[in-house]
Structures are given as structure tokens and as C-alpha cells.
Design a binder for this molecule. Structure first.
Ligand code: PEP
Ligand code: MG
Length: 889
């Protein structure tokens, strides 16, 4: 294998091998853009190193060859005493992991070459500053020295000199600091700072490989669902300097606004600064537009390059650049992260610009983003106390108690508190706290600071750079300009869409996207929100191309109506047990307690009209669309009082000698029905087979409701569904009885109801014998909740709270199988059962009604498995429609 690629050899499609940064540096190089020369060590080399503990044997020679070529091109050798070539060594995985992994700049500097650099640059101070930065970064990331030790030494030097900022240290001070730093390294590591340039480079490369497996990188990958075995590439790039004086600087830019999609000049610039200063948000930057006044030629060239990049990548790009004494250099580009709203707007803007087509536009957005846009926002009309304003870094409305460190954020959120993490600035060590918090507020740093970038990636609300707020993490408080103090535990509200920060709890209102889906806001209106217009167009593309139909899980007319407004094409699951609660619980109790047929029939005939009325409403709200009604599923004890409570009540009454007859009978029934494993017990079809008349009553209610709707000139399309079937025999018995009841009703009302009768496939045995079951079923609906429970042997009600965190941490799975379908296990049963069912009955209708029906990744799976529809809760319908479209496009 070839382990090293020159920037001239790669291209943007080689991300697997060269990582995102390396692939795009190569792409820019080949576009003729000003990229400092360099080369990329592949992810394959990293994988060999991570697997075996040492670099591949061929790597050293390959690196040497590429280094030779680089030295030739630059006309100087790495670390050459009189004119040193310096390089940066940067990580770059396939997926961007901001701030997660290591970078070392100024490799090649040493005691021997520092004066050569000074002479070449004509700047003694610059050379010593570069050298101290090298020792500091190398010491920390490569040699593992505690970074605080360097920070302290730097602070001391400033204090000794009586100055506040680094810039005020002169060459002599920095020279002393270098000596001090070298002492720190020797003392802490038992070895001297390496003076040999190639050794510096090799160690830095290895450190980048190692950084793939730091705890924070692992945590980030789990969060972002990035596979753990990809490895990182390493980019070795000749250094350019943004810290050579006022005609130098470094910055970041977006080709359009990552928060709104608007075209324009977006970015931050920092004069006379190097590398990570901007991204780390350590010093405050100026808006990119100001660069025009600082250095017009570079600004114009940058604008030109941004246009080239956008047209070339056909997407928003973000960029890191450096200006060295008036010469512009491109250090990085990639298709940039953006907010959910911007994703929709950019996708439609690019269609309008003719850069992409509708199918491509669908790939530029996703269901998770749409879900995010459906979150509520702050009520701007409500009374609120604004205490400050920062940069709107990641949208959303977050309310929570103020905490000032990650540890507290995690601790409080574990005990159920909502928290806002407030920091001066964040760094990768804050990741846990950021995950735990509702939102993040910082007082320093721009749109590209660590907090902003990471929060956007996580879809968390973030306001950054709220400078007038004085954050004091030591004494855990924040002070506003007018002296208001927010202490730990005080409630604050932050608006990531406007950057506003409020004391106390601000009320929230629905999002415009929800208002649009509800039909209360029209995309066609002249003053329609740009976001709503974009969502409307993208949804139209999705609906046009999708093959999967989308239904709702709904069991009352209100949910059904909302589902319909959201685009549902029917009901895929009406859980009838929800119709047995409230005051009807007593009737169910009577049914369970009945000892004689007369009693039982009396109880059933009391329930019948109520059920029927429910179904009439439902069929009316879904007129013309299919409604799948599932017969009673849960174990009966769920309708009875709690066993402990009732036992205590009866025991107390007995002690008082006034035990009530009904309670005694109830208690008996509760004992009789008590099961160790109710989810595996008397429920679903088993109930229907054991309690005479129960399913017949439900079927009659459905049939009569349908008949009444028909006679009222409605178009009811009921489908009757039997739960928890394990074998075709169960289904045959129920079907025979149901067909009898339906025939009776049809005759009595003089109508043909065209009712279909199908089953849920939610037990492994049902999936395995689907070919037989299809003999007796008009349709299958996969109940992936129970199927996941029974295939894995995981109690769906318990495991997520008990040991899933441990499983997720150990990487056994990246996401709960109750959330995203387990394709290899549960999914393979679904695929096989679908095929076997269709082999028996080619017109068998197939759907899914487990929670997975509204999960983006699972929707793609069901599309590929050839199902006819997915069914999910009303609020997830737009997401399912979008993902079904994306799967088909
Ligand atoms: C299922 O098991 O996936 C299902 C939809 O039924 P319920 O969640 O009601 O058990
Ligand atoms: Mg189920």
C-alpha cells in the first residue's frame, strides 16, 4: 500500500484514505489555489499503527521521500540552521472532530535553527515566540506534560515584566521563557526537548495517531455516531505565519452564513496571530468584512477563492486561511457545518442557482434537522428580563439552571435538572458538560469558537461571546453590566437564534415550521418566513419521489386530525387499550370479575357502544384513508388496581372487620392475573382466545362504526389487526370468529364493509413462520418494539434506564436498538418475514408501527426492505416523509 500522498496527488473524494482535511487540501491544490505545499499520511497507516502498536515498516522511507520532495520545492531543509523549513503536523479524520485531536505547529525549530528563522524573518521576537509555542504544544500534546505548567510560566513571565498581554513580551523575555519551558519538559518527562527536526516530526505524527483514541475523541465519536475504527490521517504542511506583524493574520470564513444560509461575507479575522488562536476563541476577533480595510488585495483574492470553492463544491464551504506579510494562504476548506434552518434554505438556494437538482437538495437536509426545526422557540411578546447578548451560535430556546463547570452540569442533569452550562470559553474537556446541558453560554469567542462549532454539531442551543457578561467560574457566578448577579442554580434562558440571554424562565412558543405543518402559516404568502418556504419546497420534493407511505400511530380523533394535517396517509396503529382507561376502567374491571356468562356479556355490551363511538370519530377524521385498529393488547392486570396497594387496603379493612366484598374479589382476581413476566404472558391474541367475547365485541364495534359511516356517505377503510401472534393457528381462530361477526353486521346494515384482517409481526416465531401466517393475514405490520424486546431478550421498559449507558459506553452499540432498528438482527427477521409473506401472498400489504417507523435511519432500512408504509407518532410524520423521500431520491 501507498501510505503517503503529496497534496498534488489526492482529491476530495479520497476522504476515507486522506481524511477530510487532507482530501480537501489536495483538491484546493489541484484547483490552483494557494495552499502551502505538503503531504498526507493515510488513515491506513494510522490503522496499522493502532492495531499493531507500531508504524507500518514502509512508512519511514515513504515519509523521507516526500519530505525530500517538499524540501526541494521549498528550497530549504527541515530545521536547517540558517533557514529552517518548518512544518505543521495536523490530524484530519474522515469526519471532522473539532478540537478533538492534536495539532503541532512550528516543527523543525530548535536551538540551532531559531536564530536562522530570526535572520530570515528579520524578526528576533517572532522566532523566539514560535519556538516557545512549539515547545508548549509539543510538550503538551506529544510529551503529555500538563499544559497548566506552561501557562503558569507564561503568566509569571508577564507578571515579572509587569505586562498584561503576550505581545508585550520581547525577544529576550521569550528567550528566557524558552529556557524555562525546556526545563519544564526535562523535569516532567525525564528527557530533553528533542532537538532533531525529523525526530520532532515523527513523534508528532505518532501523537496524532494516538489522539484518535483519547477519551474525549471516543466520547465525541459515540455522540456523533462516527465509527471507532476509521483512524485519522496526518497532514504535514509547510508553515506559513500569521504572526509576522500587522500585515499578517489568520482567519476563518464561510461562503455563506451558516446560521441562515444568507449569502454575504461571514467570518472572523485576527491580525498578527497564529493558527489556533481564532478557533480556540482565546482572543477577540474582528468581522471578516473589516479585512477589506486592513488588506484589500488579500480580501479580494479571498472573495474570489470563496466563489471558486462554492461553485466547485456546490455547497457552503468553510475555510481557514492565513495571511503572511500580505500573501494569502489557504490552510483548510470543507463543506461547512450549518444550522438546521440554514440547511433547508441553502439546499433550495442552490437549486435556484442551478448548482444542484431536487434529488441532491434532498440529500442536503435530513430528518434530524427537520425535527430540530420543530422545537418551540421563545415567546418574544412575553415579559422577559434580558441581561446580555452574545453571538447566535446554534439555534433553539434553552432554559435551565446556571452551572459553571462540566462536572456540575453532568451531576445536576443526572438528577433530572435542566442546566445551562456557562463558561468563559469551552475546550474539549467540557464535552461531557455540553452534552448534559440544555444549552451553552460563553462570554468569549466567535461563531467559530469551540463552543459554537461543537454545539452546532450536537444540535444544542448555544450563545457565545456574550462579552458584557462577566463569568467567574471560580466563585460560580456571572455578573451583568448593571450589577445583576446570576449565581449557580439561578434559572437563565438563552436564545441561540438571536443571541439573547435572559434572567429567569422565558415562555416558549411553537416553531414556525410546526405552524406551517398545522396549516396556520402558509408557504405561499408573500410575507412567509424564508425557512417555511424552504421547508415547503423540500417536503414537496420528498413527497414527489418517496415510495413509502407514511401513516400515524393515533388512537383519538384529535391526534388523527393533527396527523392528517402533518401529511399522514392513514392510521397504521390505533391502540384500543387507550380507549379502556379513565372511567371505562371500571367496566373492564367488571368484565374481568365476571363469573357468569351473563355478567360477562353485560360488561361487554356496556363497552360496545363506547368503542363504537370512538371508532366512528376516528373513521370520520381519517375518511377515505386506511385505519388499522389493533385489538386489545396489554395484559389485563394493567386495568386492575396495583397489587400492593389493594392488599394493604384489604388487610386494613379486614383488621377493622369491614372488608368490602368487591375489594376481596378484586384482590383475588389481581392475584390470579399476577404474572412474573407480564410482557410474555396473557396479552394480545392470547387474551382474545381466553376471554370469550372480548375480540368479538371489538370487531363488532369496528364493523358497526364502519357501517354507520358508510350509511352516512362516509368512506371508512378499517383494517383489523391482531397483536402478538406467534403461530398461524391463533390467527385462524380469531379470523373465523371475526368473519362471522362482520358478516352479521354487514347483513344487518345491508353494506359491504371490505374489512381486511391482518396481524402484527412482533414475535420471533411469527417472523420465522411468516410464510404460514400470511395464509391467514391480509397484511403484516411489524411491531418492532416487541420484536426488538423479544429478539434481544431486552425488557423494553427497563433496560434503557438500567444498563444501556454501560453498553453504549462500551461501544456494544452506538444507539439503542429500541431507537434505531438493529439491521443485522431484528432487521434481518423483518426482511425475511417480508419476503416469506409475499411469497405466500404477493399482494400482502407490509408496514411497520413500532417506534422505529419515525426514526430517520430506520425509515431508510424499511424503504430498502420493500415495506409499503411506516407508521409513527403524529409529530414525527414530517420527518418520516422527508426521510422516505431521501431514501428514494
Ligand atoms: C410494537 O410492539 O412495536 C408495537 C407497535 O406495539 P406496542 O408498542 O403497542 O406493543
Ligand atoms: Mg407490541
Amino acid at each position: 500500500a501507498k501510505f503517503v500522498y503529496d497534496f498534488t496527488e489526492g482529491n476530495k473524494d479520497l476522504k476515507d484514505l486522506l481524511g477530510g482535511k487532507g482530501a480537501n487540501l489536495a483538491e484546493m491544490t489541484n484547483l490552483g489555489l494557494p495552499v502551502p505545499p505538503g503531504f498526507t499520511i493515510t488513515t491506513e497507516a494510522c490503522k496499522v499503527y493502532l492495531d499493531s502498536g507500531s508504524e507500518p515498516a514502509a512508512l519511514r522511507a515513504e515519509v523521507s521521500a516526500h519530505l525530500d520532495a517538499l524540501e526541494q520545492k521549498m528550497g530549504k531543509k527541515l530545521g536547517q540552521a540558517d533557514d529552517p523549513l518548518l512544518v505543521s503536523v495536523r490530524s484530519g479524520a474522515k469526519f471532522s472532530m473539532p478540537g478533538m485531536m492534536d495539532t503541532v505547529l512550528n516543527i523543525g525549530l530548535s536551538d540551532a535553527s531559531v536564530s536562522g528563522l530570526a535572520a530570515q524573518a528579520g524578526d528576533e521576537r517572532f522566532a523566539w515566540d514560535s519556538y516557545r509555542r512549539l515547545i508548549q504544544m509539543f510538550g503538551k500534546t506529544v510529551l503529555g506534560v500538563d499544559g497548566e505548567l506552561f501557562e503558569e510560566a507564561l503568566e509569571e513571565a508577564k507578571k515579572a515584566k509587569g505586562v498584561r498581554v503576550d505581545i508585550d513580551l520581547d525577544a529576550a523575555d521569550l528567550k528566557n521563557l524558552v529556557a524555562h519551558f525546556k526545563d519544564v519538559v526535562s523535569k516532567e518527562t525525564g528527557r530533553d526537548f528533542p532537538q532533531e527536526p525529523r525526530e520532532q516530526m515523527d513523534l508528532a505524527v505518532r501523537a496524532v495517531f494516538d489522539s484518535w483514541n483519547t477519551d474525549r475523541a471516543k466520547l465525541y465519536r459515540r455522540q456523533e455516531r462516527i465509527p471507532g475504527d476509521l483512524g485519522t490521517a496526518v497532514n504535514v504542511c509547510s508553515m506559513v505565519f500569521g504572526n509576522l506583524g500587522p500585515d499578517s493574520g489568520t482567519g476563518v470564513a464561510f461562503t455563506r452564513d451558516p446560521a441562515s444560509g444568507q449569502q454575504g461575507v461571514y467570518g472572523d479575522y485576527l491580525q498578527n496571530a497564529q493558527g489556533e488562536d481564532v478557533v480556540a476563541g482565546i482572543r477577540n476577533t474582528v468581522p471578516l468584512a473589516d479585512l477589506e480595510n486592513i488588506d484589500k488585495a488579500s480580501y479580494d483574492e479571498l472573495m474570489q477563492i470563496m466563489e471558486t470553492l462554492e461553485t466547485h463544491y456546490k455547497d457552503l464551504c468553510d475555510i481557514e486561511f492565513t495571511i503572511e506579510r500580505g500573501k494569502l494562504w489557504m490552510l483548510q476548506t470543507r463543506v461547512g457545518k450549518r444550522t438546521a434552518g440554514a440547511a433547508f434554505r441553502i439546499a433550495t438556494q442552490l437549486v435556484d442557482q442551478g448548482l444542484i437538482d431536487e434529488a441532491e437538495a434532498l440529500q442536503r437536509v435530513n430528518g434530524a434537522q427537520l425535527a430540530q426545526l420543530m422545537f418551540p422557540r421563545f415567546d418574544l411578546g412575553a415579559k422577559s428580563e434580558m441581561i446580555g447578548r452574545g453571538i447566535a451560535a446554534s439555534p433553539g430556546a434553552a432554559v435551565g439552571k446556571a452551572v459553571f463547570d462540566s462536572y456540575t452540569a453532568v451531576k445536576w442533569s443526572r438528577s433530572g435538572e435542566k442546566v445551562i452550562l456557562i463558561r468563559r470559553e469551552t475546550n474539549p474537556d467540557d464535552l461531557n458538560g455540553m452534552i448534559a446541558a440544555e444549552g451553552i453560554l460563553t462570554s468569549r469567542g466567535g461563531k467559530t469558537s469551540h463552543a459554537a462549532v461543537v454545539a452546532r454539531g450536537m444540535g444544542k442551543t448555544c450563545v457565545c461571546g456574550a462579552e458584557e457578561l462577566e463569568v467567574d467560574t471560580k466563585s460560580r457566578k456571572m455578573t451583568t453590566p448593571d450589577g445583576t448577579v446570576i449565581e449557580e442554580g439561578d434559572v437563565v434562558s438563552i436564545d441561540g437564534s438571536s443571541g439573547k440571554v435572559y434572567a429567569g424562565q422565558v415562555p416558549v412558543v411553537p416553531s414556525p415550521v410546526v405552524e406551517y405543518f398545522e396549516g396556520r402559516m402558509h408557504a405561499g404568502a408573500d410575507d412567509a418566513d424564508e425557512l417555511v418556504k424552504a421547508v415547503h419546497r423540500i417536503m414537496a420534493y420528498a413527497d414527489r419521489v418517496r415510495r413509502l407511505r407514511v401513516r400515524a400511530n393515533a388512537d383519538n380523533a384529535e391526534d388523527a386530525a393533527r396527523a392528517r394535517r402533518f401529511g399522514a396517509q392513514g392510521i397504521g396503529l390505533c391502540r384500543t387499550e387507550h380507549m379502556f382507561l379513565g372511567e371505562r376502567r371500571e367496566m373492564v374491571e367488571r368484565l374481568i370479575l365476571a363469573d357468569t356468562e351473563t355478567d360477562r356479556e353485560a360488561a361487554l355490551s356496556q363497552l360496545l357502544p363506547l368503542q363504537k363511538a370512538d371508532f366512528i370519530e376516528l373513521f370520520e377524521s381519517m375518511d377515505g384513508l386506511p385505519v388499522t385498529v389493533r385489538l386489545l393488547d396489554p395484559p389485563l392486570h394493567e386495568f386492575l388496581p396495583d397489587i400492593t396497594e389493594l392488599s394493604v387496603r384489604v388487610a386494613l379493612a379486614e383488621a377493622r372487620k369491614d372488608a368490602n366484598e368487591n375489594d376481596l374479589r378484586l384482590l383475588q382476581a389481581v392475584h390470579k392475573l399476577h404474572e412474573q413476566n407480564p410482557m410474555l404472558g396473557l396479552r394480545g391474541v392470547r387474551l382474545g382466545l381466553v376471554i370469550p367475547g372480548l375480540f368479538a365485541m371489538q370487531v363488532r364495534a369496528i364493523a358497526e362504526a364502519a357501517a354507520e359511516r358508510k350509511n352516512a356517505k362516509g368512506d371508512p377503510r378499517a383494517e383489523i389487526m391482531i397483536p402478538l401472534v406467534g403461530t398461524v393457528q391463533e390467527l385462524e381462530i380469531v379470523r373465523e370468529e371475526a368473519e362471522g361477526v362482520i358478516a352479521e353486521v354487514e347483513k344487518a346494515h345491508g353494506v359491504n364493509l371490505k374489512l381486511t384482517l391482518g396481524t402484527m409481526i412482533e414475535l420471533p416465531r411469527a417472523a420465522l413462520t411468516a410464510g404460514q401466517i400470511a395464509e391467514s393475514a391480509d397484511f403484516f405490520s411489524f411491531g418492532t418494539n416487541d420484536l426488538t424486546q423479544t429478539v434481544w431478550g431486552f425488557s423494553r421498559d427497563d433496560v434503557e434506564a438500567s444498563f444501556f449507558t454501560a453498553y453504549l459506553e462500551k461501544g456494544i452499540f452506538g444507539v439503542s436498538p429500541f431507537e434505531t432498528i438493529d439491521k443485522d438482527g431484528v432487521g434481518s427477521l423483518v426482511r425475511n418475514a417480508a419476503a416469506a409473506g409475499r411469497a405466500t401472498r404477493p399482494d400482502l400489504k407490509l408496514g411497520v408501527c413500532g417506534e422505529h417507523g419515525g426514526d430517520p435511519e430506520s425509515v431508510h432500512f424499511f424503504h430498502e426492505a420493500g415495506l409499503d408504509y411506516v407508521s409513527c407518532s403524529p409529530f414525527r410524520i414530517p420527518v418520516a416523509r422527508l426521510e422516505a423521500g431521501r431514501a428514494a431520491a
